[in-house]
Design a protein around this ligand. Sequence first.
Ligand code: SF4
Length: 392
Amino acid sequence: MNPELAARLGVLRPAALAEPLGLYLHIPFCLDRCTYCSFTTTRDRSLQPATIRRLLEEVHRWGAALGRPAVDTLYLGGGTPSLLSPEELADLTGAVHAAFDLAPLAEATLEANPGTVDLGWLSQARDLGWDRISLGVQALDDALLARLGRIHGAEQALESLALAEQAGFRRRSADLMVGIPGQALSKVLEDARTLAATGLEHLSIYLLDLDKACPLRAEIDAGRLALPTEDEVADVFEALQAELPRLGLAPYEISNHARPGAESIHNSRYWERRPYLGLGPGAASQLGPFRWTESANIAAWTRDGGVVELQELDAAEALAEIPLLGLRQHAGVDWPRLRSLATHQNLLPLVDAWEQALRQHLERGLLERDGPILRLTDRGRLLSNQVFELFV
Ligand code: SF4
């Protein structure tokens, strides 16, 4: 364990025991690198055995250091967790059960790449207790998938959803990407309809994010490909917001739609500011007033844990996160409750200042009041950054 974190165990331990945690494990390996990817991952699979060994040690170390806290959501993300061998997956699952109290477990999600799954692997994951799967479909168009550097085609993506169902996953989610060069609005809608017709219960819509350097960014900068305009992307989001509820997938967060009762419990904890522990290269944690990110250098993390970026949030920063994250959710923010919390913390002037500034967003139709609840409107979800900048 990183010495900076070890020195704060006196605060971290009671925070971890106060309520059930979310536990995230990061598997930083992929068969190939997608052209838009900025996640902590590598194609160098030679590191995989040592990284998984280290991850097993960290699971045991953290479970013991925090007093075997209760965990109610598990998430195996990456990278490509479906690249784990059956033995590695069994070992990791066993380690989590040994080191943490999983009695309140309500959801265990694993991410998978449609290009790497077969029925045997999926069935074993299901037998080990993983009950929700999130598949990185991105698009159902082979040309666009090739442009993104995905290792699978459209047919394979649909096949993997069917295989997951066959293996016993009743809870299936897919990612769909918006803003890919050459992607037509009509095709995005067609893809959403095709995915909904598979009976999946959850759909995440992501905007292609090319902020960091990557091969696709270089193609665009060189003028060989063009991104859609902001207006075109806004049209796609608006059309999806109208179409997805008709398909039974209601919005519950800016990027996420689900059938009733099928919202991701693990992801919701991030927006509700409930505690989580992330283990693995680049994984993030939040416990008590502390938030940290582990080293994204996979070799350094595997060797000695690398450098941890640690941040202690003061009361004003923590309060600002309630609207910043809460407004992402369709349920919105209980404003009188926020005021009362601020009163107890002598931070009411801060909330008064927000209210003053939020007035213009209410007048412009980006926000709406519904009794005590303040939430983004459909238009506000498209322009959410204009609202969020107030709380940053
Ligand atoms: S599968 Fe995901 S993590 Fe791996 S390279 Fe592609 S986008 Fe990145």
